[in-house]
Write a protein that binds this ligand. Structure first.
Ligand code: ADP
Length: 177
């Protein structure tokens, strides 16, 4: 039994996953698990894709690398996919959403190649990550939050922090609630 929840923060690149996860880790004491970093540091990939400028992820190796941490609980998993994590690991799935014009500006600022930029904008408009989350987890644990402005972010972090506090109360071992 976990005494701290595991949360996935997902969404199209540029929606604000890392920014949210860092703020949440600071506020809740949960650990920010940047999957990109794990893929790189633990070699959970089959090389670098030059066109998309990203790692070609070996999902089996990645799950092995994350298993102990996930079982211990208290992870805020930061990644642009969510369907590979076993349902038993996950307590909440946060899908961040952003307006396409705002996303365009954020990805342009990152100097994304045109093909990758356009694909990500299409993916955001088509709600690909939201659908993936709803298909992979019980809909009751999937929440969609807007991440256009810093006010949105503050509201989101407040809301998730309150959820973490409640989860810990509800799941406290007997006699410790
Ligand atoms: P992701 O991890 O999803 O790729 P980041 O957290 O790296 O996204 O955010 C991408 C850029 O957008 C950063 O410059 C960040 O400061 C900005 N940003 C993210 N979310 C917001 C928001 N809600 N309001 C304003 N700027 C944001």
């Amino acid at each position: 039994m976990r005494t701290s929840p595991n949360i996935i923060v997902t969404g199209t690149p540029g929606v604000g996953k890392t920014t949210h996860c860092e703020a949440l880790a600071e506020r809740t004491g949960l650990r920010h698990v940047s999957v990109n970093q794990v893929v790189k540091d633990e070699g959970c990939h089959e090389g670098w894709d030059e066109e998309y400028l990203s790692w070609i992820v070996d999902e089996d190796k990645l799950l092995d690398a994350l298993e102990d941490e996930a079982k211990a609980g208290g992870c805020i998993i930061d990644w642009h996919a969510c369907d590979l994590f076993p349902e038993s690991w996950i307590d909440l799935v946060v899908v961040l959403r952003v307006d396409s014009t705002t996303l365009y500006d954020r990805l342009s600022a990152r100097k994304y190649p045109e093909v990758k930029l356009q694909e990500n904008i299409d993916s955001e408009i088509m709600e690909v990550l939201l659908q993936e989350a709803r298909d992979s987890y019980d809909e009751r644990i999937v929440i969609e939050l807007t991440s256009n402005t810093t006010d949105d972010m503050e509201t989101n972090v407040d809301r998730i922090e309150a959820w973490v506090t409640q989860w810990k109360k509800d799941n406290a071992p007997d006699g410790q609630e």
